[in-house]
Ligand binder design. Structure first.
Ligand SMILES: Cc1cc2nc3c(=O)[nH]c(=O)nc-3n(C[C@H](O)[C@H](O)[C@H](O)COP(=O)(O)O)c2cc1C
Length: 178
């Protein structure tokens, strides 16, 4: 029911994908299927009603290399009637002017193919000077900084997944209702 598609050069985005998968399982009992886009075509997205998409920003505001190769595959996909949430990895200290920029390019493309975006995330607790990933004062999706704030990652993932459960309209499992 939920497909999570990600690209990851150094493994950080892959690790966060695993955390999201585990959280969703814990909170709802729902299985998330993981797709490293180095190994799969984006056409697999058509199998799912709910999509989660992960991308780190590389090379000063650019797409991660597997996304660079694959993003045009989205042009062929009809994503109407699907909900999508995007998460990004970035380094706000090393790249404060282009923090998480790549999230915008993927989110924009998903939307132009008809997907409804959910999962906007507050900028509170981050320090940066510029990002394409902003919309109406919020990040378009979850932003994770493993280079500088890895201690905050588990809680950010937990809260974002809780938000997705609500925005995707999924049911919480009995054990996580408290
Ligand atoms: C050469 C290089 C360029 C980068 N450029 C950016 C950038 O422009 N913006 C940003 O937010 N992070 C940037 N980063 C940080 C990465 O996005 C970050 O380390 C991320 O966790 C890598 O994810 P991955 O391990 O899944 O590939 C850059 C990192 C490197 C090594």
């Amino acid at each position: 029911m939920i497909g999570l598609f990600f690209g990851s050069t150094n493994g950080n985005t892959a690790a966060v994908a695993g955390l999201i998968q585990r959280e969703l399982k814990e909170q709802t009992g729902i299985e998330v299927e993981l797709f490293d886009i180095a190994d799969y075509y984006l056409e697999e997205m058509l199998e799912f009603s709910h999509l989660i998409v992960g991308i780190p920003t590389w090379d000063i505001g650019q797409l991660q290399r597997d996304w660079e190769t694959s993003i045009e595959e989205l042009d062929e996909l009809d994503l109407q009637n699907k909900q999508a949430a995007v998460f990004g990895l970035g380094d706000q200290v090393g790249y404060p002017d282009t923090f998480g920029d790549a999230v915008f390019f993927v989110a924009d493309k998903l939307e132009s193919q008809g997907a409804a975006l959910v999962g906007a995330w507050s900028t509170e607790g981050y320090s940066f000077s510029g990002s394409w990933a902003l919309r109406e004062g919020h990040f378009i999706g979850l932003m994770i900084d493993e280079d500088n704030q890895s201690d905050l990652t588990p809680e950010r993932v937990r809260l974002w997944v809780r938000q997705l459960v609500d925005e995707f309209g999924l049911a919480l499992s009995e054990s996580s209702k408290s």
